[in-house]
Design a protein around this ligand. Structure first.
Ligand SMILES: O=C[C@H](O)COP(=O)(O)O
Length: 330
């Protein structure tokens, strides 16, 4: 990211939507051959936060990019229509426009908002005409253990209510028992129920035991047609981590090398600091390249990240202005 200017970073906001991942037949040999060198992945992950991969001058630009990649989320048992309307207002105008005046970003919005099924209609109404997608968590989120036909029906109802993105949760048991056919069939049924809506597969990686399970589950979900793979519901005791991210991102790269289809990545749960967001962006850029820094291929699932980004932006931008002011006044 060192050579990226503010203009280059901020003017690469939403572009062409990638064709949806059509999936492929389940290739069990490929799945069983997957190996992950856990200690190598953990060593590499440990070096990431320390790297100063974004120069200070460019941080504001990359923080704006991060905003455009957030699925701004509320997934609480006490969600109300009022809270969802406030969330949508925030998605439409994520930061004080005065802060962005010099950056020429009048249309900066979050990537999407993410809510429970019950709140879809409220969100769709609040976002009407903005083009900001509504993502819904369906399939008995977060455990995904309600009867299968009800999970499929929940997807259909979420799509009918206006969600254009569906975040499904997989049955962790299929992974823990190595029942790849069952996972593939489940994901394929969810994919079909989504129709034209994009589907993100939540692996709940904190409950999958090993990084090899994470890699295998990632591949199987992509083979079954997932448009995104997502780490966590935000409700597990361990949510998005860098080793898990490296593992999933490399599975995405393997799938792309084999099929030519780009699948998106959504780390979610516990990402609440602007500096962590920058680490994730640097990681995506290093491992998959610029194309995966667009909202159709990368999202943060986060409820409180935007607040910290706002604070950091204020710090960077007002700092820059006051330095310029001092310079101008001699
Ligand atoms: O999918 C999104 C997550 O539930 C958000 O988790 P968070 O509240 O820890 O940011």
């Amino acid at each position: 990211m060192e050579t990226t200017t503010i203009e280059a970073a901020t003017h690469q906001l939403p572009q062409a939507i990638e064709p949806r991942n059509p999936g492929m037949d389940l290739d069990l040999d490929w799945v069983r051959a997957v190996q992950v060198n856990t200690s190598a992945v953990e060593r590499r992950a440990a070096t990431l936060p320390g790297r100063r991969s974004v120069k200070k001058d460019y941080q504001a630009a990359w923080l704006c990019r991060a905003i455009s990649l957030i699925d701004l989320t509320t997934l609480s048992g006490d969600d109300t229509e009022g809270r969802v309307k406030r969330l949508c207002a925030k998605a439409k105008q994520p930061v004080n426009p005065a802060l962005l005046a010099d950056l020429d970003l009048p249309d900066l919005t979050t990537g999407a908002i993410c809510v429970y099924h019950d709140m879809i209609e409220t969100a769709v109404q609040a976002l009407e005409g903005t083009g900001i997608p509504v993502a819904a968590v369906s399939t008995g989120f977060p455990a995904g253990l309600s009867p299968f036909h009800l999970r499929v029906e929940e997807i259909r109802q979420s799509v009918a209510a206006g969600a254009s993105e569906i975040d499904i949760v997989i049955t962790r048991r299929h992974v823990l028992q190595g029942n790849w056919q069952a996972l593939y069939d489940e994901m394929k049924a969810f994919r079909e129920a989504c129709g034209d809506a994009h589907v993100k597969a939540i692996l709940a990686t904190g409950e999958l035991g090993t990084l090899r399970n994470v890699a295998r589950a990632s591949l199987v979900c992509m083979m079954a047609g997932a448009d995104f793979i997502k780490t966590s519901t935000g409700k597990e005791s361990v949510n998005a981590t860098l080793p898990v991210s490296l593992t999933m991102i490399r599975a995405i790269r393997d799938y792309y090398d084999r099929t030519g289809y780009r699948v998106g990545y959504k780390p979610a749960g516990g990402i609440s600091k602007a500096k962590d967001a920058l680490v994730y962006l640097a990681l995506m850029k290093d491992e998959l390249g610029d194309r995966w820094l667009q909202p159709d291929l990368f999202r943060f699932g986060a409820s409180s990240l935007l607040g910290d980004i706002e604070r950091q932006l204020e710090h960077h931008l007002t700092g820059r202005y006051s330095a310029g002011y001092r310079h101008a006044m001699g």
